[in-house]
Design a protein around this ligand. Structure first.
Ligand code: ADP
Ligand code: MG
Length: 710
């Protein structure tokens, strides 16, 4: 019996060749097939007789082939197939070009349904139909409905030689074989609540709509409010959120293995050692973290905070509590510059508390490295800060209790998991400054608890943002005065070296230009390709103020904190995502002087691309910028290739359908709280649910990344 889980290769219409092509398109099971939706519909209803056909419109009609023949016309390279089609009312000529198989497919006296554009032909002095599609109808089976004609028909994207009409027939046959199936991945209580049709009705409605919704047009079948689509959007969110909630429940079921000792005076002790007073948002998040550490399951928290919102001190608080409770901690950052900066900051913060962090990066070598590896192994080192070097196999902790990952989106799930695997169910705090829109955060990180730092430390002026032209006037009139006052300038380019392929400013040649232009002022160059030592030296010369202008690539994107840097100029700015630009903007205006952010579009930048940049002129709110970025580039782009496996929804759209997502989250929570026994349809549902889950897993390659199994 055919079920949604049946392999596509066992369908009668699918031979080995088509099976292979379908599987290349990711279609392996009946479910995969049925979730391959048409991208538009055609209204092929209503069957006029031939005498009533109207010129100039695509129409369908039923006719018998009176005669059919092949004609060679010298001017045309291909043979012409000509047929006379008749019904009781009259006849019409049909022509096809080069499709010789039609001679066989439509022998004389064949009865078929034809659909095509009706045109007037000067030559014939009558109407003809050119290249109509057709489907033979057995006159003995008049009642049998055709998939291709006499109805609203779906049109599918053609790919790898698989035609739309092949898909249509396959869908139709498959649906007929599934007839009566009560497969449904949505539980009955949910279906009742929203008065959703059954799954099968939904699928039929998506492929073979019986009618156009009242008051709508053919296009309204593509609208998210068309009931079958509405249900599908809900279904997609429901299934994905369900996976998230389960993941979360699994983590909680593990229980806690590391017991913390947190005393009421810890907070006072910690905060009084700081050189500033904490913002309310910081205090709130710190409270959330200490509460997590006392729960009976491991902390699994994501901290979202705009650039400059003060996440480092939050990390320090978690680290402090863990170290005080006798655990080792690891703090991993994506670049050496950032790891080193964290090590410095933490040394300062922790010196009144008598703690010293150790630093491990790939440039720590020889005996120094050996000492660190053995110190970590013996437990002597309680706080290790570093880069990817922390996940090397040879590094073993004696009691790793807390893992903090800064700029976590820069790491793959494997890297995060490897580090966590070095402890026994360690508590984890992931931090990210790429402001993820709330909608994405909720759905992509639904298995984690979220903390949001939505308040910046006081006294910081917003960075002024301007779109400008890259010309001598700009460098002379606008940038030079900053340098003369001793303020520091970042210049960011999208490329390291000149490229033949991409037309954008590259750091190396731009550095040569600016060095000459501002001579004798020394201009520094920093790219990810330079050896670590040179980068480090350049960074420290810039930090000390010895160099006033630094040309670089986005290596300085994350974390870098230089209070005297007031200006950032971004070349070929349209090449960057808005969220990334916002992140870059966070590098300036970190001290007491106001910051300036200049966006210089490249010569080939489109008006549209420049218009997008205006969002940054208008808003300093990272979340708003991120929403806009999501709107213009879609979630896949937004999360970047590192987060591949971001689900491409079939029908749902995180922004457009955000309200639905919110209700789904509530529903899933309630559903999980109901007992199994209350659900009469439980077994059946579990089966449907598992099948669809498998479907989701196979559909979204790397979905592990997405649901972040750890
Ligand atoms: P983020 O990592 O969130 O971008 P940082 O932790 O690097 O931000 O903090 C940015 C700057 O703000 C640092 O120089 C830090 O010392 C400072 N800072 C953090 N919290 C406060 C606060 N409550 N008051 C004043 N300055 C703060
Ligand atoms: Mg930071």
């Amino acid at each position: 019996m055919l079920t949604p889980a049946t392999s596509i290769s066992s369908l009668p219409d699918v031979g080995p060749r088509r099976g292979e092509r379908l599987s290349k398109l990711g279609i392996r099971t009946v479910l995969d097939l049925l979730y391959t939706l048409p991208f538009r519909y055609e209204d092929r209803r209503g069957v006029p007789s031939i005498e009533n056909l109207r010129e100039g419109e695509p129409q369908g009609f039923l006719a018998t082939v009176s005669s059919i023949r092949k004609k060679e016309i010298r001017k045309l390279r291909v043979p012409v197939i000509e047929a006379i089609l008749s019904d009781g009312s009259g006849s019409i000529k049909a022509v096809w070009f080069g499709q010789e198989y039609i001679l066989k497919a439509l022998p004389e006296s064949a009865h078929a349904f034809f659909f095509g554009r009706i045109e007037y032909s000067e030559f014939d002095r009558s109407i003809v139909v050119k290249s109509p599609v057709f489907e033979k109808v057995d006159p003995g089976q008049k009642g049998r409905k055709s998939f291709h004609v006499n109805r609203i028909v779906p049109v599918y994207r053609e790919s790898l030689g698989l035609t739309s009409s092949f898909f249509r027939k396959l869908m139709g046959e498959t649906l007929l074989s599934l007839w009566g199936s009560d497969f449904d991945p949505l539980p009955e209580s949910i279906r009742k609540k929203y008065v959703f049709d059954s799954w099968l009705k939904m699928i039929v409605g998506l492929h073979f709509p019986a009618d156009i919704p009242s008051g709508g047009s053919l296009e309204s079948l593509l609208d998210p409010s068309y009931p079958p689509r509405k249900r599908l959007i809900y279904e997609e969110f429901f299934l994905l959120e369900f996976l998230m909630f389960q993941k979360k429940a699994d983590i909680r079921a593990q229980g806690r293995s590391n017991q913390y000792r947190i005393a009421p005076e810890d907070f006072t002790h910690f905060s009084s050692s700081l050189p500033f007073s904490l913002t309310n948002a910081q205090k709130k998040v710190m409270g959330e973290i200490s509460a997590d550490l006392e729960k009976d399951y491991p902390m699994n928290r994501l901290l979202l905070g705009d650039v400059g919102s003060g996440k480092t001190v939050i990390a320090a608080w978690a680290l402090y509590l863990a170290i005080k409770s006798g655990f080792q901690c690891a703090l991993m950052a994506p670049t050496e510059i950032l790891a080193k900066q964290h090590e410095k900051t933490l040394s300062h913060l922790f010196s009144p508390l008598g703690l010293t962090p150790s630093l491990l990066t790939n440039s720590v070598k020889g005996s120094e490295r050996k000492a660190i590896v053995s110190g970590v192994h013996s437990g002597q080192i309680s706080l290790l800060v570093g880069t990817q070097a922390l996940i090397q196999e040879s590094l073993n902790f004696s009691c790793l209790g807390l893992v903090v990952i800064d700029e976590q989106h820069r790491f793959g799930v494997d890297q995060r998991r490897t580090l966590m695997g070095k402890g026994s169910q360690p508590d984890t705090l992931l931090m990210t400054a790429t402001p993820i829109p709330r909608s994405l955060a909720l759905s992509y990180y639904g298995d984690m608890d979220l903390s949001i730092l939505d308040e910046k430390p006081p006294g910081r002026l917003p960075v002024q943002t301007r779109i400008s032209r890259s010309d001598n006037d700009f460098w002379d009139r606008i940038v030079r005065p900053f340098l003369e006052r001793g303020e520091q300038v970042f210049v960011v380019c999208p490329l390291i070296e000149e490229s033949d392929v991409i037309e954008a400013k590259d750091a190396s040649s731009h550095w040569e230009f600016l060095s000459t232009y501002f001579s004798p002022v020394e201009v520094g160059l920093l790219t990810g390709r330079m050896p670590y030592e040179s980068r480090e030296e350049m960074m420290s010369r810039f930090r000390s103020g010895e160099i006033l202008m630094l040309v670089s690539t986005t290596v300085i994107e994350v974390g870098v904190d230089i209070p005297n840097a007031t200006v950032m100029v971004v070349e070929s700015a349209e090449r960057f995502g808005l969220a990334q630009l916002h992140q870059l903007r966070g590098r300036v205006g970190r001290g007491s002087l106001p910051g300036f952010f200049f966006l210089l579009p490249g010569e080939g930048a489109s008006d549209e691309a420049i218009a997008r940049l205006h969002v940054l002129e208008e808003s300093d709110d990272g979340f708003l910028v991120a929403e806009e970025d999501l709107r213009s580039r879609g979630p896949g782009e937004f999360l970047g290739t590192r987060q591949s496996g971001a689900p491409a929804f079939i029908c749902a759209d995180l922004l457009r359908d955000f309200d639905t997502l919110q209700s789904v989250r509530m529903d899933v929570r309630n559903f999980l709280q109901e007992g199994d026994s209350q659900r009469a349809d439980h077994q059946k549902w579990v089966w449907a649910w598992t099948t669809v889950t498998d479907f989701i897993r196979s559909r979204y390659t790397g979905v592990e990344e997405w649901i972040r199994v750890r």
